[in-house]
Design a protein around this ligand. Structure first.
Ligand code: ADE
Length: 232
C-alpha cells in the first residue's frame, strides 16, 4: 500500500475524487482515506501544514497502515532560476533548513546525533515519477534535486539566497523533510513531488495564490499516472 500525504485540502481534494472503495479513519485529528487509485491500493491524507503535522501523519501511515512507500505531493517555492512556476521537482534528498546546532559543531541543517545530514529519496520511485511526469506533463520541465523544508513560508530574497548558498536546494516547502525523516527512521522508501507555485522571493505572496491551482494540477496528474506504473 502506498501512503500519499498532502499538506492542504487543495492538494489532496483532486486525488480523493479519483479514489474507489474508500474507507475513512480518523487519527490525531487527521482523516485517512483508504482505497484504490487507478487500481493501486493507497491511503490519502491531508496532514496539515508544517513539520510536526507532517511527521505525525507519516508515523501513523507507518504504524497503522504499514505502508510500503510514502509520497508527499504538493507545491513549493523555487530556489533556482531555471525552475519556473508550474515545473516539477522530484526530491533526490531532503533536509530541515531550520535545524541549527552549529554551536556544537554540526553543519546547519544537520540533526544532532543522527548519522545523516539529509534523507535520501528512493531511486526507483524517482525514476517512475520522472517517467510519469514526462508522459502527462509534456509542456513543463521535471527537475531532480534537494528539497529543503522548514516551518517558514519563504518570501524574502535574503532568506532564499541563504537557502541556496547553504544547501543548494532546488525548492523549499514546509513538510517534505519531516516526512523524509520519519520515513528514514521507519525504513520506508519515500519521494517528495512538488510543483512550483512561486519563486520564494518578494514576489511569492502575490504569485502563490495565482499559480497554486495550476501547480497542484501538475502534481496530481503526475501522481495518478505514477499509480498506473506500479506493479499490480
Ligand atoms: N510552499 C509553496 N511556496 C512556498 C514557499 N515560498 N515557502 C514555503 N513553502 C511554500
Amino acid at each position: 500500500m502506498l501512503g500519499i500525504i498532502g499538506a492542504m485540502d487543495e492538494e489532496v481534494a483532486k486525488i480523493k475524487e479519483q479514489m474507489e472503495n474508500v474507507q475513512m479513519m480518523q487519527r490525531a485529528s487527521m482523516e485517512f482515506f483508504e482505497g484504490s487509485l487507478k487500481g493501486y491500493p493507497v491511503v490519502v491524507v491531508r496532514s496539515g501544514i508544517g513539520k510536526v503535522n507532517a511527521a505525525m501523519c507519516a508515523q501513523i501511515l507507518a504504524d497503522v497502515y504499514h505502508v510500503d512507500a510514502i509520497i508527499n505531493t504538493g507545491i513549493a517555492g523555487s530556489l533556482n532560476a531555471q525552475i519556473d512556476i508550474g515545473d516539477i521537482v522530484l526530491s533526490t534528498d531532503a533536509l530541515e533548513h531550520d535545524m541549527d546546532a552549529v554551536t556544537f559543531g554540526y553543519p546547519v541543517g544537520q540533526i544532532p546525533r543522527m548519522d545523516t545530514l539529509s534523507f535520501e529519496a528512493d531511486k526507483n520511485l524517482r525514476r517512475l515519477a520522472k517517467e510519469a511526469c514526462e508522459r502527462v506533463n509534456p509542456d513543463i520541465t521535471v527537475f531532480e534535486g534537494r528539497v529543503v523544508s522548514g516551518d517558514q513560508f519563504v518570501s524574502d530574497k535574503t532568506k532564499k539566497d541563504w537557502l541556496v548558498d547553504h544547501f543548494a536546494g532546488y525548492c523549499t516547502e514546509m513538510e517534505g523533510a519531516a516526512i523524509a525523516h520519519t520515513a528514514y527512521l521507519n525504513r520506508i522508501p519515500f519521494l517528495i513531488i512538488r510543483a512550483i507555485s512561486d519563486k520564494a522571493d518578494d514576489s511569492a505572496s502575490v504569485d502563490y495564490p495565482t499559480f497554486e491551482a495550476k501547480a497542484i494540477e501538475h502534481s496530481v496528474k503526475l501522481l495518478l499516472e505514477l499509480c498506473t506504473l506500479f506493479p499490480a
